[in-house]
Design a protein around this ligand. Structure first.
Ligand SMILES: [Zn+2]
Length: 317
């Protein structure tokens, strides 16, 4: 049995097959100050039930027993950590993403379960925006879409709403050169929407670079705004959006190569996943996994929330 913290997928599978290893890895990362804490009363005076790998609070109240899954994206899941943690390893470290079919094959869970795991793990990677982007910031939007031909006709009618190019969804991105990217699904390319996102995510006074889209007009009041006219050239000195273009190509490779069909209301989860990997691109797999695991706390996602208000089931091809 592995005892060192894992550095590769193979080591992760071996290491997390052991329940005590799972605890050894998770306890310092998910509990406040790394100390097991009763989720009901906050006490750290606990007994440890070795056979069940659970704790029991020494204060008298209901729900005294709890596991390391409590308060994390794993809570209430009947799946073992021996499945969850290798799944996280795969998702956080596969550069082009991984499909529910691949998780199903690799870990022996059903594809439906794999799909739910993927989405819970993606949820854990959302947000955490920190401060505003500053320095030199590239801003761009792209259309992602559609895949209408893979859908049944009645479904197509429900799923596809006209934004931008008919069956496409608009995604907006902002990249601090040498730093992090933020990307989000937006309603369209109207000035008000794009510019309110820029004000929310970019430090006033920063140098920003966009293409000639009219929706970016007027930003020079708050930013050092420079425009590259893509009809004429791709770059003029440091005036370009090549970093954003690079990010879009990663996103599109992921979507086209791996996921085959993504419905617009799930798209933001895939975008967030790619942004997480991009923003942590200079790390080893073990470091990226460590960061990802620390994000699993305080985030829950029910199946109903995941599939949206419509009660629609997932698309699996
Ligand atoms: Zn307690």
């Amino acid at each position: 049995m592995e005892s060192q913290e894992p550095r590769t997928l193979q080591e992760a599978i071996n290491y997390f097959a052991d329940g005590e290893n799972c605890l050894k890895y998770l306890v310092p990362r998910v509990f406040p100050n790394g100390v097991p804490t009763c989720p009901t009363c906050g006490s750290t005076k606990l007994g440890f039930l070795k056979n069940q790998l659970r704790w029991q609070c020494s204060v008298r109240h209901p729900k005294r027993q709890f596991s390391v899954k409590v308060g994390t994206i794993f809570e209430d899941s009947p799946l073992g950590l021996d499945k969850w943690l290798p799944a996280m390893w795969l998702i956080l470290n596969c550069k082009n993403g991984i499909s529910s079919l691949e998780i199903h094959r690799a870990l022996g869970v059903t594809q439906k379960t794999a799909w739910f795991m993927l989405h819970r793990i993606r949820l854990a990677q959302q947000g955490k925006n920190g401060g505003k982007l500053s320095g030199e910031v590239e801003i761009d939007e792209t259309f992602i879409g559609g895949k209408a031909r893979n859908m049944h006709k009645s479904k197509r009618a429900r799923v596809i709403t006209g934004t931008g190019g008919k069956d496409k969804t608009v995604v907006m991105g902002m990249l601090e050169r040498g730093g992090n990217v933020r990307a989000m699904v937006v309603d369209g390319r109207r000035k008000k929407q794009l510019q309110s996102n820029i004000h929310e995510h970019v430090e006033a006074g920063a140098a920003i670079f966009t293409d000639e889209l009219r929706s970016y007009d007027g930003l020079e009041d708050s930013f050092k705004h420079q425009v590259i006219n893509h009809a004429v050239e791709y770059a003029n000195g440091n005036v370009h959006t090549n970093g954003m273009e690079n990010f879009w190509s990663l996103v599109k490779r992921q979507l086209h190569g791996t996921y085959i069909s993504v419905e617009p209301f799930h798209l933001f989860r895939y975008i967030d996943e790619q942004a997480f990997r991009f923003n942590n691109r200079k790390m080893t797999d073990a470091e990226r996994f460590d960061i990802g695991v620390r994000e699993i706390v305080g985030k829950r996602l029910t199946y109903a929330e995941l599939i949206g208000q419509t009660g629609e089931t997932e698309t699996i091809h």
